[in-house]
Design a protein around this ligand. Structure first.
Ligand code: ADP
Ligand code: MG
Length: 402
């Protein structure tokens, strides 16, 4: 085993899965040693464990290190080094956003300015912002990462101290400004005015802006037209999570957590989680701690699903069986979605379980309904209030049995 990349060759032969993780490392191999540079602590620990268990017979010394923290110059703040391009799993639904993000981090202010990224929760938007920051910092650019709410709070502080100029300077003097959760600009008038100034200044100097939001610029509410048109003036790109990418993320995370990567396990995670990497990670962490939990079919939990159905039906003045059929009637369809949401929120039922009860073909049907309700809660305050009231009374009613 003396060839210069015997490490890769060996893994190619014996463990393709592990290889897919090791590909995220920088690998330096010489005649008598292999040095693996991990993209984060998490990977480093995984590699140490793997080497101990599986590669003790490898002919060379193997050393594992964490990537050195990117050098942070002045005016570089808020960027977390645990989110990098190296530990971001790429698939169909995020390939484009990955490519343009890389480009922006290496040549800020050149091609897409601003870069506006939007997509649902948990698909890696914040991760990408930090990844851009880390890569750009390693090229010697200065960056700042800030969410709109923090930007706004900070602005208020500076204004109170009579230092609004300092505030503007802080955010417009960096090579790349990474702004998260743009949807929270909604209704914040002064913040919009200040952001507009920062924007105009940076743009005139060809400094890069990267903006992240849960929706397209056109769908932002109570945001000034001039800002919206600026947001749309560069490249607007959507990020999501398709099934194939979700599956590769599940495999990837299962390996990282040292869990078996067989079809049953993948399916178990897939069926019990939505299209949200945070949820997937949380679920896998739970499996790591508690092991695989049998999904009860007609047991105690089953009785609870029926309780939820009865409760929601009563609230909407419907019959429980109405909620179990397909219906085009809006009121019924609405109540049915809410009942499915409650099963998830209050009972923690799995999507497959919900689907089974409500006669959906598979877990994606249930998932879709729950997502619909969540989206409406974000967009409609009155609806959100009604639902939280409903949820509280339901919890109250089920208290003894939960
Ligand atoms: P968002 O900002 O879109 O809500 P985050 O960036 O906060 O989502 O991602 C949630 C979690 O999932 C983070 O821990 C992140 O590292 C992880 N994650 C998201 N997408 C990916 C991906 N494609 N590959 C690896 N990890 C991911
Ligand atoms: Mg985020």
């Amino acid at each position: 085993m003396t060839s210069p990349n015997s490490f890769i060759l060996l893994l190619e032969k014996v463990d393709k899965l592990a290889l897919s993780i090791f590909k995220q490392f920088k690998i330096e191999e010489s005649k008598d040693a292999v040095v693996l540079i991990a993209p984060s602590e998490e990977y480093k620990n995984w590699a140490l464990e793997y080497i101990k268990n599986k590669l003790s017979g490898f002919g060379k010394r193997i050393e594992v290190r964490s990537q050195k923290e990117a050098p942070r110059g002045q005016g570089s703040y808020g960027v977390l080094d645990r989110y990098t391009f190296d530990n971001y799993v790429v698939g169909k639904s995020n390939a484009l956003v990955y490519k343009v993000s890389l480009e922006v981090s290496e040549k800020p202010g050149v091609s897409f300015n601003p870069l506006f990224i939007y997509g649902p929760v948990g698909v890696g938007k914040t991760h990408l912002l930090h990844a851009i920051g880390n890569r750009a910092l390693s090229y010697g650019y200065t960056c700042a990462y800030v969410s709109i709410n923090d930007f706004s709070d900070e602005m208020v502080k500076y204004i109170k101290q009579g230092r609004v100029e300092d505030f503007r300077r802080k955010y417009s003097q960096v090579d790349i400004l990474l702004l998260d959760d743009i949807q929270f600009l909604s209704g914040k008038e002064r913040t919009q005015v200040e952001l507009f100034r920062v924007f105009e200044y940076m743009h005139s100097k060809d400094r890069q802006l990267v903006l992240v939001s849960d929706r397209h610029p056109k769908d932002l509410k109570d945001v000034s037209d001039r800002l919206i048109s600026r947001f749309e003036g560069g490249l607007v790109v959507e990020v999501g999570l398709d099934e194939e990418t979700k599956l590769s993320i599940i495999k990837h995370k299962l390996i990282l957590y040292g869990l078996p990567v067989d079809d049953r396990m993948i399916e178990y995670v897939h069926e019990n989680t939505g299209y949200n990497v945070r949820e997937i990670e949380g679920f896998i962490r739970g499996v790591k701690v508690k092991g695989v939990q049998e999904i009860p079919k007609d047991s105690k939990k089953g009785a609870h699903v029926e309780d939820v159905i009865r409760f929601v039906a009563r609230h909407f003045k419907l019959k429980p069986e109405d909620l179990l059929k397909e219906s085009k009637e809006r009121k019924v369809a609405n109540a049915k979605q809410i009942a499915m949401y409650m099963c998830k929120a209050v009972l923690g039922a799995s999507y497959s379980e919900i689907a089974r009860y409500f006669g959906k073909r598979d877990h994606t049907g249930a998932l879709y309904s729950v997502r619909k309700v969540e989206q409406r809660m974000r967009e409609d305050r009155k609806f959100a209030l009604m639902l939280s009231f409903l949820e509280r009374s339901l919890r109250e009613q089920l208290k003894e049995r939960l």
